[in-house]
Design a protein around this ligand. Structure first.
Ligand code: 2DE
Ligand code: MG
Ligand code: MG
Ligand code: MG
Length: 333
C-alpha cells in the first residue's frame, strides 16, 4: 500500500480534484494569485495533511478524497452547531462562549451559512454525484429534525391550543422522538460514513453495513447527549446542563420517567412552560429509572452498531471504529 506507485496514483487523484476546477469558477485573478501564494506557502503542510494518504498510528489508510469528506462532514456539523446555539439560545459550547455570544446573531448566522457553502464547494470538487446527494440530504435531514423538535411531542405545534392536541400513547411519542433523533444526529453519522465507503470503492454490502453502523452509533451518541443533559456538569460537557428542559424538549429520560409518573404527561405537553415544571421534571427523572433505561437503550443501539461492524473483515480500520464507538458510548462530556 505504501508503494511509490500507489502514492503517485493518489497524487494524480488530487491533481484531478483540485486542478480541474476552471479558473473562472475559482474567482477573479486577484484572488487566484492570492490563493496561489497562500497555497505555495502552505504547500508543505497541505501536501502532507490533505493530498497524500494519511497513515494513522494504527496503520489504516485514508484516501485524499475520504479526508476531504471528513473535512466536509466537520464543516456541516460545525455550521449546524453554530446555528443550533442560536436556536437554543445557548451561551457556551466546548467550554467557550458560543459564536453568537461573541459575535452576535447576525454574524453567527452568516458564519454558519459560509461554512455550509464552503462545504458545498469541497463536496462538488469530489466529483461524485452520489456523495454530493448523500451529504446534501444530510443537511435537509438536520433541518427537518430541528423542525420536528420545534413541534410538540405529539406532533402539534407549540402554539396549537391544548384541547386540539391529540393524546398519543407513549410508544408513538417515543418513536417520534427516535425519528427526530435520526434526522438531527444519526443521519450525519450514517450518510457520511456511507459516503466514505463509496469513495473507498467498497462493495455494496459493505456500503450498506457502514450506513447501518453509522445510523446506530449516531443514535447511541445522541441518546448519550440527551442523558448527559441530566447527569453531567457544565464543566464536563462545556455547555449548560438541563438545557433541554429549559427549551421545552422531552428526551428519552423524561419519556421513560413518564411511564412511572403519569403526571409528567401534562408537563411534557405544555413543554415545561409553567413555573416549576422544569424543576419538578428534573426531580422526577432522577427519582425514576429513566436514566437507567436510557443507558440500556444506548447499549442496544451500540450493540447494533458493533454487530454491523463485526461483519467487516478484521483490520486496523475496524479496530479504530470499534474504539471510536466505545469512546462515544462511555464519554462523560
Ligand atoms: C444538536 O442538538 C443539533 C443538531 C442539528 C442542528 C441543525 C440545525 C439546522 P442539541 P447540543 C440547527 C441547520 C443546519 C445547518 C446549518 C447545516 O441537542 O446539546 O441541541 O450540543 O445539541 O446543543
Ligand atoms: Mg443545542
Ligand atoms: Mg438543539
Ligand atoms: Mg443536547
Amino acid at each position: 500500500v505504501q508503494s511509490e506507485a500507489y502514492k503517485s496514483a493518489l497524487l494524480r487523484d488530487y491533481t484531478i480534484i483540485d486542478k480541474s476546477v476552471p479558473q473562472d469558477l475559482v474567482g477573479d485573478s486577484e484572488s487566484v494569485i492570492r490563493d496561489n501564494l497562500i497555497r505555495k506557502a502552505l504547500s508543505e503542510s497541505l501536501n502532507k495533511s490533505l493530498y497524500t494518504p494519511t497513515f494513522s498510528n494504527q496503520g489504516q489508510v485514508i484516501l485524499p478524497t475520504q479526508r476531504r469528506l471528513a473535512e466536509i462532514t466537520e464543516l456541516i456539523h460545525t455550521a449546524s452547531l453554530v446555528h443550533d446555539d442560536i436556536i437554543d439560545n445557548s451561551p457556551s459550547r466546548r467550554g467557550l462562549p458560543s459564536t453568537h455570544q461573541v459575535f452576535g446573531n447576525k454574524i453567527a448566522v452568516l458564519a454558519g451559512d459560509f461554512l455550509l457553502a464552503r462545504a458545498s464547494v469541497s463536496l462538488a470538487r469530489l466529483r461524485n454525484p452520489e456523495v454530493v446527494e448523500l451529504l446534501a440530504t444530510v443537511i435537509m435531514d438536520l433541518v427537518e429534525g430541528e423542525f420536528k423538535q420545534l413541534k410538540n411531542v405529539n406532533g402539534n405545534n407549540q402554539e396549537t391550543p391544548k384541547d386540539t392536541q391529540a393524546n398519543y400513547p407513549n410508544e408513538d411519542i417515543f418513536s417520534y422522538y427516535l425519528q427526530k433523533t435520526y434526522l438531527k444526529t444519526s443521519s450525519l453519522f450514517a450518510k457520511s460514513i456511507r459516503a466514505a465507503s463509496i469513495l473507498g470503492g467498497a462493495p455494496t454490502e459493505y456500503v450498506e453495513l457502514s450506513y447501518i453502523f453509522g445510523r446506530n452509533l449516531g443514535t447511541a451518541f445522541q441518546l448519550v447527549d440527551d442523558l448527559l443533559d441530566f447527569t453531567a456538569t457544565q464543566t464536563q460537557t462545556g455547555k449548560p446542563v438541563g438545557a433541554d428542559l429549559d427549551l421545552g424538549i422531552a428526551t428519552a429520560p423524561v419519556l421513560y420517567a413518564w411511564q412511572e409518573y403519569p403526571e409528567l404527561g401534562e408537563l411534557i405537553k405544555r413543554r415545561f412552560s409553567e413555573q416549576g415544571d422544569a424543576q419538578l421534571t428534573w426531580k422526577l427523572v432522577h427519582q425514576s429509572s429513566g436514566i437507567q433505561k436510557t443507558r440500556k437503550l444506548v447499549m442496544e443501539y451500540a450493540e447494533r452498531a458493533m454487530a454491523a461492524l463485526s461483519l467487516f473483515p478484521p483490520n486496523a480500520s475496524r479496530q479504530a471504529l470499534l474504539q471510536l464507538a466505545h469512546s462515544l458510548v462511555y464519554r462523560k462530556m
